[in-house]
Design a protein around this ligand. Structure first.
Ligand SMILES: NC(=O)c1ccc[n+]([C@@H]2O[C@H](COP(=O)([O-])OP(=O)(O)OC[C@H]3O[C@@H](n4cnc5c(N)ncnc54)[C@H](OP(=O)(O)O)[C@@H]3O)[C@@H](O)[C@H]2O)c1
Length: 283
């Protein structure tokens, strides 16, 4: 089937995908911008990725997002790479430009933009990054562009993955160190920026850090966006710290994808409204 009319079709691929917020957010953006475009979600299992990207190419899809677990594997099946994709060594956005599938990583922008909006001064700060999966790669790439960070301490449940992330960081201009899972609270007390890049908070696990282990002058960033108010963020607020919500990263990565695809500024307000309408307002 060839998609031929003047409307453009976009989608997200991943597994699981049924709870993705991207269709609501991007369809709200197309509507607000007056574009006759639509955005769908497709479940693509591991092992079916090459075939699925081939099908999207054949149907003439205008662009797509890629989510867990395909952000690294997908690079094998795409044609060109923006510098953001190379920096993170992972991709989440693809633009079909006359049959050439060009890949980007908009998680980098999505992560850093909320910190820029808060005018965070990165000079001399100590960062604690918890997690070493796909999102942590984009976060490290984002932090690399901020000059003057004193150190980034990385903790992950599986030490081997933290080590692999550290290997990537050796080529970066960041002073990164690996710490053990048991050392998290020791490092969190002196960190000025604490980031949860694990899935902890999505389920009923206890919060990542106690309020006593969070400095009141710290910025605490949870990239988990469902629920909006994670226990980790609640503890951070109780400690007096500033917080950054996961939905903010989701919003700005989606806004950047929209702008890559359409060439026009993203209707942020409509996108945010669609997101928070689904997951609830932060308190
Ligand atoms: N806000 C946004 O826009 C945005 C964007 C991307 C991702 N995210 C969110 O970020 C989280 C991570 O995504 P990802 O793409 O990096 O996933 P991923 O590649 O699968 O990595 C998952 C991470 O979570 C850790 N983890 C999972 N279960 C754990 C547990 N019970 N205890 C301790 N650590 C655990 C993993 O540690 P191990 O290595 O030990 O397994 C790993 O560091 C997800 O919640 C995702 O929804 C948000």
């Amino acid at each position: 089937m060839q998609i031929k009319d003047s409307s453009n079709t976009y989608c997200i691929i991943g597994d699981p995908i049924q709870h993705s917020l991207s269709p609501a957010m991007q369809n709200a953006a197309f509507k607000a911008a007056g574009l006759n475009s639509s955005y769908l979600a497709f479940r693509v299992k591991k092992g079916e990725l090459g075939e699925s990207i081939g099908s999207l190419r054949a149907t003439g899809v205008s662009g797509f997002n890629i989510t867990v677990p395909h952000k690294v594997e997908a690079m094998k099946y795409l044609d060109e790479f923006d510098s953001s994709a190379s920096k993170a060594d992972a991709v989440n956005t693809v633009h079909n430009v006359s049959g050439i599938l060009k890949a980007y990583n908009t998680d980098i922008y999505g992560f850093i933009h909320p910190l820029h909006l808060r005018n965070v001064n990165f000079i001399g700060i100590k960062v604690l990054l918890i997690g070493a999966g796909g999102a942590a790669r984009a976060i490290l790439a984002a932090l690399e562009a901020e000059r003057g960070i004193s150190e980034v301490n990385i903790a992950n449940r599986t030490q081997g993955k933290a080590r692999a992330l550290l290997e990537m960081s050796r080529t970066r201009q960041l002073n990164c160190n690996m710490i053990t899972w048991d050392e998290i609270s020791k490092y969190s007390r002196k960190a000025e920026l604490i980031v949860n890049a694990t899935t902890i908070g999505m389920g009923n696990e206890p919060g990542l850090l106690d309020y006593q282990d969070i400095n009141k002058d710290a910025i605490v960033y949870d990239i988990v966006y469902r629920p909006v108010n994670t226990e980790f963020l609640e503890n951070a607020k109780y400690a007096g710290a500033d917080v950054v919500y996961g939905y903010e990263m989701l919003l700005y990565q989606g806004a950047k994808s929209f702008e890559i695809w359409t060439g026009i500024p993203a209707p942020i307000y409509a996108m945010k409204k669609a997101l928070l309408g689904t997951i609830g307002e932060p308190s």
